[in-house]
Design a protein around this ligand. Structure first.
Ligand code: SF4
Ligand code: SF4
Length: 187
């Protein structure tokens, strides 16, 4: 029987397609944390989360909001002296977290990601009004009214369509996507 992979090996596998070095190359210099515009909103800084992955602190890493707070700006990636693609590591953590259904309660990120993937798989196109519904339960009444007014204005100006559209050759697109990711219950 194959030996069970450690958490840091699993995350390394999730990062197989990145162009960066493995996180074992991390110097713990903190440049990523110092350059990260979202660090103040994170439970643990990027530097800390890398140290925790290396030490296999799986429960703590998955329960943190750090990777869901990442804005994918890639500042950390371009400045890392060890050549680690930290932004892609954050994506790897998101994918792993969705795959295992383990994430911090109350975050928008997991719901938003699932809604986005479902929409793309089912239509091949992004449609903002559907994505916006992911946020509605978190809005106050005043925010909802404001959002509705903004959306109405955008529709009237033709900036967003009134109804979702589908791409041509959708079945072919879905077959292609299925070869890349397991769609499971999404389609
Ligand atoms: S910038 Fe690179 S080497 Fe420095 S702590 Fe972050 S990941 Fe590690
Ligand atoms: S890509 Fe994410 S982790 Fe890196 S600096 Fe930007 S927000 Fe921070």
């Amino acid at each position: 029987m194959a030996a069970e992979l450690s958490f840091n090996q699993e995350i390394a596998n999730m990062m197989y397609a990145t162009h960066g070095n493995p996180i074992s190359h991390c110097l713990q210099c903190g440049t990523c944390s110092g350059t990260c515009p979202a660090a103040d909103f994170m439970d643990y800084t990027p530097r800390a989360i890398i140290g925790m992955i290396r030490e296999n602190f799986k429960d703590e890493v998955l329960a943190s909001n750090t990777y869901w707070s990442c804005a994918s700006c890639y500042h950390c990636t371009v400045r890392c002296p060890a050549g680690i693609d930290i932004a892609d590591m954050m994506y790897a953590l998101k994918r792993y977290s969705m795959w295992k259904s383990r994430f911090k309660e109350g975050l928008i990120g997991p719901d938003f990601s699932e809604a986005f993937v479902k929409m793309i798989v089912n239509s091949g196109k992004s449609f903002e009004p559907i994505l916006a519904t992911t946020y509605l339960p978190r809005f106050s009444a005043a925010d909802m009214v404001q959002e509705a007014l903004t959306a109405t204005g955008l529709v009237l100006k033709g900036k967003i369509p009134l109804l979702p559209k589908r791409i041509k050759r959708l079945k072919k697109f879905q077959r292609m996507v299925k070869r890349i990711i397991p769609l499971g219950e999404l389609s």
